[in-house]
Design a protein around this ligand. Structure first.
Ligand SMILES: Cc1cc2nc3c(=O)[nH]c(=O)nc-3n(C[C@H](O)[C@H](O)[C@H](O)COP(=O)(O)OP(=O)(O)OC[C@H]3O[C@@H](n4cnc5c(N)ncnc54)[C@H](O)[C@@H]3O)c2cc1C
Length: 401
């Protein structure tokens, strides 16, 4: 045991939405938990769109979108690109292509739909526990398309999702104009998913940390620099604040290091535009550019972009912000009159196949990352699954993966 920090039952490394909810869950089951993070709650969990989307569990690795995605990522589109061609990124891309087998994306979507469906209630419970307003709404998700081909593809996917119990409504161009007159009238139509919800991701992440502390979790602003291992077991974590010891260690570092195997950052950008009145009535995605709107209290959050690999130092923010803003203004012309807003860059922890990693990866080590585009949606289910996993003795069941 280190002199600096007394031992505890569980050390959770990383205090994003995943680590904070795991800490809260384990502390609620009577375990002593230390949560280590140099910047708790400042990762992807505050820089995202804040949608809870059972309708969006189909992974990117899918034959229908593989070539389009790879072409876009290797071209000059500032919103879809490759950040580096390092061996690790090339390996990730090869695994991504290999994962895009016919039938597989549908099976993954079916598997993740149930866990995704638990999110809205879980966040409502979190709001009740902490008294923090998370802005949870059940107003559904409107997916609009400019190109008829894009709309047809979405419709085909939506029909497939009905097998998983996901309802949708189709809106023709004329119906969309009546339903959402604030949108560009030139759009081809839309698909509406009434079962999706949304929240304020920063409020949700803050509430997860507050709830964890209310249940006795101790948060240390420590950066983990390595795991100390002996005969197949982790015996301590090294940090800039000294060593921490525990019986069990949980890696929930998102796209950070140390992290899950084969994870690459999927950089994305969010712009918070102050707005006295929401310009749109419900969350929205423009399917042609993948730009997402979430109306929040006093502002609209607009997100977009997927840059695989590379570092935060890549000078890419200006091009991405401009492209997101232009795409957003094409969809909602009244946005043109609002200020530019505040830009945040965040890294989604991307596995090549789109399945999160939530499993034992060592005798006393659990990895809980790789939630990709779905971390807000899947974090509550992951926290419950990890708690269940630790209840098992000696067996190593796969959880979400
Ligand atoms: C633009 C964008 C839009 C998105 N939209 C949505 C959406 O609408 N719905 C949805 O469900 N998901 C969405 N996501 C995905 C979601 O944000 C992520 O999947 C989720 O936040 C990941 O949570 P996490 O806790 O694993 O990672 P993070 O929130 O990144 O947390 C990881 C934490 O680990 C810490 N850490 C890293 N390294 C170390 C270390 N060495 N020592 C200690 N701590 C460390 C970091 O400081 C960080 O706080 C979006 C993401 C982006 C970028």
């Amino acid at each position: 045991m280190s002199a600096e920090h007394p031992g505890t039952d569980v050390v959770v490394i990383g205090a994003g939405i995943v680590g904070a909810l795991i800490g809260r869950e384990l502390a609620g089951r009577g375990l002593g938990v230390a949560l280590l993070d140099p910047q708790p709650g400042r990762g992807a969990s505050i820089g995202n769109a804040g949608l809870l989307v059972p309708s969006f569990t189909r992974p990117m690795a899918d034959p229908a979108t593989l070539w389009e995605g790879l072409r876009a990522m290797t071209g000059s589109d500032p919103l879809m690109s490759i950040g580096s061609l390092s061996p690790a990124v090339l390996t990730w891309l090869a695994r991504f292509a290999a994962a895009a087998r016919p039938g597989r994306a549908g099976r993954i979507a079916a598997r993740l739909t149930g866990p995704a469906r638990t999110a809205a209630d879980a966040y409502a419970n979190l709001a009740a526990e902490t008294g923090i307003d998370l802005g949870v709404t059940g107003s559904g998700w409107l997916q609009v398309a400019r190109s008829p081909a894009v709309l047809r593809r979405k419709l085909a996917l939506a029909r497939e999702l009905t097998k998983n119990g996901i309802d949708h409504e189709v809106l023709t161009q004329a119906e969309l104009r009546v339903r959402a007159p604030e949108l560009d009238p030139g759009l081809a139509g839309a698909v509406f998913f009434p079962g999706d919800s949304s929240l304020d991701p920063a409020a949700a992440t803050r509430a997860a940390l507050v709830a964890a502390e209310m249940r006795g979790v101790v948060v240390h602003r420590a950066r983990v620099t390595g795991l100390v291992r002996r005969i197949g077991e982790v015996t301590a974590v090294r940090t800039d604040l000294g060593e921490f010891t525990a019986t069990t260690y949980i890696l929930a570092t998102g796209a950070g290091r140390p992290g899950g195997r084969g994870i690459q950052p999927g950089w994305g950008w969010s712009i918070d535009v102050p707005a006295e009145h929401p310009l749109i009535s419900s969350p929205l995605i423009g399917l042609d550019d993948h730009v997402v709107f979430n109306p929040l209290a006093g502002r609209i959050r607009i997100t977009g972009g997927m840059r695989i690999g590379g570092t935060p130092q890549d000078r890419h923010d200006h091009a991405a912000a401009t492209a997101i803003r232009q795409a957003a203004e094409r969809l909602v012309p009244a946005l043109h009159d609002l200020p530019q807003g505040t830009l945040t860059r965040a890294a989604r922890p991307m596995t090549p196949d789109g399945l999160p990693q939530a499993a034992r990866t060592g005798r006393n080590l659990v990895t809980a990352t790789g939630h990709g585009t779905l971390g807000m949606t899947l974090a509550p289910a992951t926290a419950a699954a990890v708690a269940q996993l630790l209840g098992h003795d000696g067996r190593h069941p796969e959880v979400l993966r």
